[in-house]
Design a protein around this ligand. Structure first.
Ligand code: 5GP
Ligand code: ZN
Length: 113
């Protein structure tokens, strides 16, 4: 499958790794929108939020546990942060491998939409 994030997970395309376990890979966004901008992705290829089901919900829960841990490790748990997943055209999704943006390190725009 010709998927950018699958290639990053496999190491075929280099990335600045922040965290990895058997289920999840996290790396710095190449075009950061905030001082901390990490992408957290499941190693399993899911295209977007639309692919989330009861069957893979434990994986999705695990991603949020990782997000909370990374926020602490990156020192933004007290100052605050946002976790975002863009789904589809209206949200501006550009990479169709499910991912969660972890954003923080400065005052984030309060307008979410
Ligand atoms: P989306 O727009 O789909 O929600 O988010 C895709 C994100 O992937 C963007 O923030 C973009 O900067 C990031 N991105 C795109 N290509 C690469 C890449 O090759 N390496 C890294 N580290 N991030 C990328
Ligand atoms: Zn993929």
């Amino acid at each position: 499958m010709d998927c950018l994030f699958c290639k990053i997970i496999s190491g075929d395309i280099p990335s600045a790794k922040v965290y990895e376990d058997e289920l999840v890979y996290a790396f710095k966004d190449i075009n950061p929108m905030a001082p901390v901008h990490v992408l957290i992705v499941p190693k399993q290829h899911l295209s977007s939020m639309n692919d989330i089901t009861e069957e893979n919900s434990a994986l999705i829960a695990h991603i949020f546990v990782v997000a909370s841990k990374l926020a602490k490790e990156l020192g933004i748990d007290e100052s605050g942060y946002r976790v975002v997943s863009n789904c589809g055209a209206d949200a501006g999704q550009t990479v169709f491998h499910l991912h969660f943006h972890l954003l923080g390190g400065h005052k984030l725009n309060v307008e979410m939409c």
